[in-house]
Every structure is written in structure tokens, then in C-alpha cells.
Write a protein of this length. Structure first.
Length: 323
């Protein structure tokens, strides 16, 4: 990293270029509520940012505090390098990062009216009205109030009135939900990784024999459910492998270490120390660092780490022996 210069915040519109901000970028006067922060060179902000607009023209860029924009947070399409937001990010309007060469990491939740991300790693959940994701990993859930478009992603789960799906989508939880039937292209496929031996894969070890990903058939596994409350009734579509997972829970799956791995990924900056999953294939410790977790999930997403298939069928005699 190049030597950064400290900056004292006084300008209404602020340009960061090879700067380190020791505190936050927060308004002190009414006029500063409409301030635009433009990142033109490698910079670090050690506190929070409040701005009307935050525009990132170059990387690396790092914010260690929370971020909120009244209008937009925008990463230019030609940005290459690493951008990291350590705490929650929110916008009253939009958060957009479509650069295919930029590694954007959100280590907490993301909340905006409109969200469009490419090549992003989100440790928490995404909340918004309209959400569009391509080539992304979301450890938590995606909660859209209007629409969701997802292509070639790994996500925890999603809930949205309208969903468009393309490419390979893998789930870290058993189920997803939509009010209308999911719209998908012929190239779309949906799998659940809830019974995959992610711990072994993270440690470059062989997967357990009774582990693997389960395909969710977007036609036959569509379950229509009616929810009834006080003076309200709503019908939703769920796509799930929950029945197979409940049956598989009669077999010991704690050895997969999935819960510990996903919890470590979701904790982000809350982790006060690094943990590990034991010995890697080369004898070193399989440390659960944010950088290694991001690399692992994107290796899964891009097929560099293969997960074997699990057909989802179970032998009742096998269950009887465990009773």
C-alpha cells in the first residue's frame, strides 16, 4: 500500500485521493447534508460516512465505519481492485456496483431502495425494493419487497414477490419463497448446499459419503402455501428440500462443520479473533479469515471447488439403526 496522507474534513464536496481519514466523514452544518464524496485514489476511512452521494472511481478503498447515502453509492464500471465496507451500508436510494473486475465486500447488512451488484461478497443480508445480483455470494438472506433478479449466485435464502432466475443458483439454507411463481430461463438451475460437506471442502479434504448438494426442481418442487393471519390471507410459492433435510437430520451431520463456517462468515467485523476448522490438507490450520472465506465461496460459485450431488433419497432402515 502506498503512503497515505491524513485529511481534515472541511469541504462541502470531498475528494479522496491517497488519503487516510482518521475519523468519520459526517456533516457538521446543514450545507454538508448534500455533500458528495468522490474516491479518486487509494483511500481508507476509519470512521463512518454520511453523504448525499458516494462515488468510487478507483480501488483499493476501505471504510471501517457504517455508510449511509441520501442519494446513491456508486462504484464505476471500470474499477479494478478491492473495496471493503466493514459495517452496515444503507442508502435512501441506490447501491450500485456492476464492475466485473472489482471485488466488493460488505461485511455486514446492506439496505437500499435499489441494489445492483456484480462480483460482490455480502456477509450479512440484503434488504431492498428492487434487487439485482450477478456473480455474487450472500451469506444471509435477500429480502426484496418488489422484485429480485439473480444470476449465477450463492445465497442463504431469498423472499420476494417476483423472482427472475438465470444460471446456477446455490442455497445455503433449505428453502426460498416468492409470491408469484419463480420465472427462470432454460439455463437456470437451483441447488441447496445445506447437506454439502462445506467444512471438508474448505479444508481441502474428501467430502463425507452421505453429503452433497440437492437439486431443487423449479417445477415439481414448487409448493403453494396459503398463510392466514388476522383478517389477512396470502398465498406464496416455496421451493424447498426441507423434507429431505429433516430426514437427513436423523444422521449425524455435525461433522460437516457447516454451521460454524457460515457463522464465522456472517460475523464479519464482530469476530475478535480468527478461528479455524482444524488441519488443512497440507497440515496447516484452515483459518476462517474474511479473505479466505470470500475466496472459498467464489471457488464454489465458479466451479473451481466441486460439490458432489446427493440424490435426496434415504433408506428407512438406515434411520431405524440410528434410533
Amino acid at each position: 500500500m502506498s503512503k497515505l496522507k491524513e485529511i481534515h474534513i472541511t469541504d462541502t464536496n470531498l475528494r479522496l485521493d491517497n488519503n487516510i481519514v482518521k475519523g468519520g466523514i459526517l456533516p457538521n452544518k446543514m450545507v454538508e447534508l448534500s455533500r458528495t464524496v468522490n474516491v479518486a485514489g487509494e483511500s481508507i476511512v476509519e470512521g463512518p460516512i454520511y453523504a448525499d452521494r458516494l462515488t468510487v472511481e478507483t480501488a483499493p478503498f476501505e471504510v471501517k465505519g457504517a455508510v449511509f447515502t441520501r442519494n446513491e453509492l456508486y462504484v464505476n464500471n471500470d474499477v479494478c481492485g478491492d473495496i471493503t465496507f466493514h459495517k452496515a451500508v444503507g442508502s435512501a436510494s441506490s447501491v450500485v456496483s456492476r464492475s466485473t473486475q472489482c471485488n466488493v465486500t460488505f461485511r455486514s447488512d446492506l439496505n437500499a431502495k435499489s441494489v445492483a451488484l456484480c462480483n460482490a461478497f455480502v456477509c450479512g443480508s440484503i434488504y431492498g425494493d428492487e434487487i439485482e445480483l450477478e456473480n455474487c455470494v450472500v451469506i444471509g438472506g435477500i429480502f426484496a419487497t418488489q422484485s429480485l433478479a439473480v444470476k449465477d449466485c450463492i445465497v442463504g435464502t431469498f423472499v420476494s414477490p417476483f423472482v427472475e432466475m438465470d444460471g446456477n443458483v446455490d442455497l445455503l439454507l433449505p428453502s426460498v419463497f416468492s409470491i408469484k411463481r419463480v420465472s427462470y430461463t432454460p439455463a437456470a438451475s437451483l441447488h441447496s448446499l445445506v447437506l454439502a460437506d462445506l467444512g471438508a471442502l474448505f479444508r481441502h479434504q474428501p467430502e463425507a459419503a452421505d453429503s452433497g448438494k440437492i437439486r431443487i426442481n423449479l417445477t415439481s418442487d414448487d409448493l403453494r402455501t396459503t398463510l392466514t393471519g388476522d383478517d389477512q390471507q396470502r398465498t406464496i410459492h416455496s421451493y424447498s428440500v426441507i423434507g429431505k433435510v429433516l430426514a437427513a437430520d436423523m444422521i449425524d451431520t455435525d461433522k460437516f462443520q457447516n454451521h460454524f463456517l457460515l457463522t464465522a462468515a456472517a460475523l464479519g467485523p464482530q469476530m475478535l479473533r480468527n478461528y479455524d476448522l482444524g488441519a488443512d490438507a497440507d497440515g496447516s490450520q484452515a483459518a476462517l479469515t474474511p479473505e479466505r472465506l470470500r475466496a472459498f465461496f467464489f471457488d464454489l460459485l465458479h466451479g473451481r471447488i466441486k460439490v458432489k450431488d446427493l440424490d435426496g433419497s434415504f433408506n428407512i432402515r438406515q434411520f431405524a439403526r440410528t434410533m
